[in-house]
Design a protein around this ligand. Structure first.
Ligand code: SAM
Length: 342
């Protein structure tokens, strides 16, 4: 995650980017000369630059956002050790193999949106900036406006409750359905106003639309599904002794990382569909008994670092476990079904 509070678009472009927990992330990756590392969330390239500077290593950097990739082209052209790929990080194992690496020494995921995305009004991520209700990190697929236009009231309420942890999800869903019957909800400001009309907040609280926007963003980008598949992919592609580092920004993400690592480190199968796969040897050794958080100095410089949690683990020599990544996810309808307004 990044600097910038989702608010201030700086004159002349999005806010500058400060990587969160960059130092501990790099330390846990244990970067070595000759090593191969996957930066699964290239963003503005903060982690990638630090990796390339830390040792004579190779970096495969991935981002699903074509704008992030375009801004990284110059860095990739100037550095033979960097391979930059526009793709989803759920494909990270295939991407590494296609780049000629059967195994890698480290994988780092710095989850969420970048300040470049958040502070560009046209991307539609921020309720503080008027823009189209888009929220897609990549260039394709349904937008938040598509979901808002088509989803049933029940699906909207479930999405907002499960992915936004919004207590007033039913009122918000009801207000959305009522408003869209009058006219399409096409902008961030329109949705923020609808939410604010039913979720009361004291001036000291977070903006009343925060949780609804988070839920839609996670749903539109399948962020939790992507994370679960990326963890399973990392387990497959990391060599024995290789490191996995994940920086997450809310409890839904952190719970998935924690549950995944606990199951892999305890040597359980981790799948309720395959209860016979019980006593597989541990495929990870957890390096962070408690998650690492930002210190006061970092939080003072970058308020968003406050919610960051870093977990790290080392791959053992044991085979990858058989668990199904979707077992880690909350139960929600698929995007295609939601768009059909079932
Ligand atoms: C918080 S930023 C990363 C910032 C980066 N560590 C830096 O130092 O500049 C997260 C980035 O991950 C990308 N991202 C999020 N989910 C993704 C996914 N499933 N596949 C590929 N990229 C993803 C976003 O587009 C965004 O650019």
């Amino acid at each position: 995650m990044t600097a910038g509070g989702g608010g201030s678009a700086v004159a002349g472009g999005p806010a500058p980017h400060i990587p969160v927990l960059g130092r501990p992330a790099l330390d846990f990756l244990n970067v070595k000369d000759g090593g191969v590392y996957i930066d699964a969330t290239f963003g503005a390239g903060g982690y990638t630059r630090a990796l390339l500077a830390a040792a004579n290593c190779k970096v495969i950097a991935i981002d699903r956002d074509p704008q992030a990739i375009a801004l990284g082209r110059e860095l990739a052209a100037a550095n033979q050790r960097l391979t930059l790929v526009e793709d989803r990080f759920s494909n990270l194992a295939q991407i590494a193999r296609a780049a000629g690496h059967a195994t890698v020494d480290g994988v780092v995921l710095d989850l969420g949106v970048s300040s470049m995305q958040l502070d560009t009004a046209q991307r539609g991520f921020s309720f503080r900036l008027e823009g189209p209700l888009d929220m897609r990190m990549g260039a394709t697929g349904a937008s938040a406006a598509d979901v808002i236009a088509a989803a049933s009231e029940r699906d909207l309420a479930d999405i907002i409750f499960q992915l936004g942890e919004e207590r007033h999800s039913r009122s918000v869903a009801r207000a959305i359905v009522k408003a869209r019957a009058a006219s399409p909800i096409a902008t961030t400001a329109a949705l923020a106003d609808i939410v604010a009309s039913v979720v009361r907040a004291r001036p000291s609280d977070i903006h009343p639309a925060t949780r609804t926007f988070q839920a839609l963003r996670i749903f539109v980008n399948d962020e939790l599904g992507e994370l679960a598949r990326a963890l399973a992919g990392s387990e497959r592609i990391l060599k024995g002794g290789g490191r996995l580092v994940v920086v997450s920004f809310h409890s839904l993400e952190d719970r998935i990382v924690k549950t995944f690592l606990a199951a892999r480190a305890a040597g359980r199968g981790g799948s309720r569909h395959a209860p016979e796969v019980r006593h597989a040897a541990p495929s990870f050794r957890i390096l962070t008994k408690r998650p690492v958080t930002a210190d006061e100095e970092e939080v003072a410089q970058n308020p968003r670092a406050r919610s960051a949690k870093l977990r790290a683990a080392e791959r053992t020599e044991a085979p990858a476990h058989a668990g199904n990544p979707s077992d880690l996810l909350p139960r929600l309808p698929a995007l295609a079904d939601v768009l059909r307004g079932r």
